[in-house]
Write a protein that binds this ligand. Structure first.
Ligand code: MTE
Ligand code: HPA
Ligand code: MOS
Length: 752
């Protein structure tokens, strides 16, 4: 089945927040934000702006009737700065005016006096100065100290991976509309409707039932709207509370890039120990996460870095620690992979380093250490239904790695100016929110009396096609055609207390709830049908919009059964709650079983480097991916390709740059390069792993949103291979992105 939004998307008819027709009395909001990265606010002069014609009001923290606090995990972030600013772009005030042009003019009329304070932009500096978000976390398995003593090889090194701009097509924004009796409706572009509702209620000082959050769909979120869609929604809500008029605020691209957090840059240190047979016996890593100026989701992201620090490998002795380092950057946040990619880059770097120094291809070490059934992760979970080796070896075989490597070797012999490189990248990614209590969802299903069905869940559609999957679940359980089913907007008054749509778990959690609700409805309808047809209940099934008796189509149509149900006063609505069974995690011991299951896969990446220019092309990425039993292969392949492109972008070209003063330099699409069609791999081939699937996944179809991003890490190491092929003196560096500039330097080092 195609994505159910594809028709309106292609015709430009799909609605996003900025497409909504505003009420006649609606106003436009705009943030006034900090022009420096760190300082004490001496004074702000709003007088000129306030008297500008068309300016309705300028809000500051003084107008907050509840708490000036939007921090989720840790309450360390004000909605509007009070006496100090901690990052360039931090919101200080909110201008509400008749038009956007007036609001912009007013913004230019505000003057601020700051006493500047020292600025920290790197995690390393923050660590040296003892500037942290919270206490560090450590995962331990075995005894690394003793294990290193028994190793034949021990290598140590440092890595850096840069941040990443989400660049969702639709920028952040919200349209807030006053309702009756102090109730406010927020039409928000958020992955977390309940987070917005809860935070707005807290800041406004009103109960949650006075805030209704509605999400139509997002033009992409990628984690950037898990927590960071909240401030703009809350600002518009504060304005509505005071003005009793609708207020809309949509960030322009430049402001969105400047003011919002990104993927966390990480500086990391590793120590890896191997025996002669290439078994990794010990691994230590210290991760310095550049968290930015407030916690946001950093502690949870830091935790996931530890969960994925050994990627697809079994290592019996592990000691990893992560520090969330407080700097003067916008608070960094969730981004597809959620700290996992940063962790995996480090172990892959350590393996590449070891291979280079021992003098063999990295893949030999990778292959010797792949995770097997019943291996223990450093966090205590025992790996089951492991597909690491299976995806690895089928990738090698199905894509004929031996031939690819021979061709590359031959090519490199013949060509002076161009060199090819090949890498393998296995991925193992845990599915579930690492915070066990977040793993639940609900669905509310109405069957209307004409037989049409409305499905509401807590899932937010952001392009990942979760609505299509929800429709497929309802349709398959009820045995009716897709046209009978409509997916409703995500709304806090219909489905409450939702977890954000994140952690690749949205389809699993909400899909299981849809399945449960539909099964309850089905049970009732089977009774109605059996009675109507005077047959036994166990003979009844629903298929193809009809009742089937003992597998034979009857004359009783779906609509007839619904009609009978109405006559017999049978409830045609159902609400179901799903909470992932079996998972648990004890943070005091850092042990448990946090993931419902893992997703596995292996990518082979082949690149060609132009050794005169330092530019490169990705020739091919060939993947064997564990979809389980995919319920929609078209959609799932799309997720693999999209995530791969994002991963390659992060590893090769997307270069976030801040000045020493904490100002974002890569603040527009002219200075921040994202992959386009010209930089996309020339071929992407994905073969689904043959497997039975996993019962913990919705209809055995495994979560797919984030895991394939990490295949992109393969591009870094393939380029590295090619550089080394040209310049045997090249000293491996683990500093991503591997931009053409860095490639060029590497090709000709050491420069005398
Ligand atoms: N795909 C599209 N098109 N747009 C998105 O914003 N977000 C990704 C991934 N795929 C995203 C996407 C992220 S970060 C996550 S966690 C998952 O989708 C969330 O959706 P799921 O849980 O339904 O997989
Ligand atoms: N993944 C994504 N988002 C999250 C998580 C997670 O594990 N925990 C909290 N938010
Ligand atoms: Mo995805 S980073 O969990 O929104």
């Amino acid at each position: 089945m195609k994505n159910i939004d594809s028709f309106t998307h292609v015709r430009g008819e799909s609605l996003f927040v900025d497409d909504l027709i505003l009420r006649q009395d609606a106003l436009i909001g705009l943030c006034f934000d900090s022009p420096k990265a760190h300082g004490k606010i001496k004074s702000v002069d709003y007088s000129k702006a306030e008297t500008l014609e068309g300016v309705v009001r300028i809000f500051t923290y003084k107008d907050i009737l509840g708490e000036n606090q939007i921090g989720g995990i840790i309450p360390d972030e004000p909605l509007w700065a009070e006496n100090e600013v901690h990052f360039w772009g931090q919101p200080i005030a909110f201008i509400v005016a008749e038009t956007e042009a007036i609001a912009k003019k007013a913004k230019a009329l505000i003057s601020i006096e700051l006493e500047e304070l020292p600025v920290i932009t790197t995690a390393k500096e923050a660590k040296e100065k003892g500037s942290f978000i919270n206490a560090p976390r450590s995962f331990e398995l075995g005894d690394t100290t003793n294990a290193f003593l028994a190793c034949d090889y021990v290598f140590e090194g440092e890595t850096f991976s840069n941040g990443q701009e989400h660049l969702y097509l639709e920028t952040q924004g919200c349209y807030a509309i006053p309702q009756e009796n102090g109730t406010i409706k927020l039409i928000s572009s958020t992955q977390g409707p309940t987070i917005v509702q809860k935070t707005a209620a807290k800041v406004l000082g009103i109960p949650m039932h006075k805030i209704e959050v509605d999400v139509i769909r997002l033009g992409g979120g990628f984690g950037g709207k898990e927590d960071q869609a909240t401030p703009w929604a809350v600002m518009t809500a504060v304005a509505v509370q005071h003005l009793n008029r609708p207020v809309k605020y949509i960030l322009n691209r430049h402001d969105d890039m400047r003011m919002t957090g990104k993927r966390h840059p990480y500086t990391s240190f590793y120590k890896i120990g191997l025996t002669k047979d290439l078994k990794i016996k010990a691994f230590e890593a210290e991760f310095l996460q550049n968290s930015g100026a407030a916690a946001d989701l950093s502690p949870a992201i830091a935790e996931r870095t530890l969960f994925h620090a050994t990627n697809s490998y079994f290592i019996p002795n592990v000691s990893t620690t992560v520090f969330s380092c407080k700097t003067n950057l916008p608070p960094n946040t969730a981004f597809r992979g959620f700290g996992g990619p940063q962790g995996m880059f480090v172990i892959e770097s350590a393996i590449a380093d070891a291979a280079d120094k021992i003098g063999l291809n990295k893949r030999h070490i990778q292959e010797a250490n792949l995770l097997a059934e019943n291996d223990e992760f450093s966090y205590g979970q025992i790996a089951t239904q492991v597909e690491a080796e299976k995806t690895w070896f089928s990738a090698k075989e199905k894509f004929d790695l031996a031939r690819l490597e021979q061709e590359a070797t031959a090519f490199n012999k013949e060509n002076k100016r161009h060199k090819k490189g090949i890498s393998l990248m296995p991925v193992t990614f845990g599915i579930s929110f690492t915070n066990t209590q977040m793993n639940h969802a609900r669905a509310l299903i109405h069957i209307y009396q004409d037989g049409s069905v409305g499905v509401s869940t807590g899932a937010v559609e952001m392009g990942q096609s979760v609505n299509t999957k929800m429709l497929q679940v309802a349709q398959s359980v009820l045995g009716i055609s897709p046209a009978k089913i409509k997916l409703e907007t995500t709304n806090t008054t219909r489905v409450a207390n939702t977890s954000p749509s994140a952690a690749s778990s949205t389809a699993d959690l909400n899909g299981k709830a849809v399945e449960m609700a539909c099964n309850s409805l089905l049970e009732r309808l089977i009774k109605v049908a059996a009675k109507t047809l005077s047959v036994e209940e166990k003979t009844i099934s629903f298929q193809e919009d009809f009742v089937f008796v003992d597998g034979e189509k009857s004359s009783l149509a779906w609509e007839d059964v619904i009609n009978q149900a109405m006559i017999h006063r049978v409830a045609l609505s159902e609400n179901a709650h799903y909470a992932t069974p079996k998972i648990h995690f004890d943070k005091t011991k850092e042990k448990g079983h946090p993931f419902a299951y893992h997703v596995y896969g292996t990518a082979i990446t082949a690149v060609t480097v132009d050794c005169l220019r330092g530019t490169y092309e990705i020739d091919a990425v060939k993947i064997v991916h564990d979809f389980g039993k995919s319920m929609n292969l078209g959609i799932d392949l799309g997720q693999v390709e999209g995530a791969l492109a994002q991963g390659i972008g992060w590893m090769t070209m997307e270069e976030i740059a801040y000045g020493e003063d904490g100002r974002l330099l890569s603040n527009a699409l002219s200075t921040y390069k994202v992959p386009d069609i010209f930089s996309a791999p020339k071929t992407v081939e994905t073969i689904p792993l043959e497997t039975e699937g996993n019962d913990m996944a919705i209809q055995k179809s495994k979560a797919v949103g984030e895991p394939p991003l990490m295949y992109g890490i393969g591009a870094y190491f393939a380029i590295q291979q090619a550089v080394k092929a040209f310049n045997p003196n090249y000293k491996l560096k683990f500093h991503s992105p591997f931009t053409p500039e860095k490639v060029l330097m590497g090709l000709y080092e050491p420069l005398s």
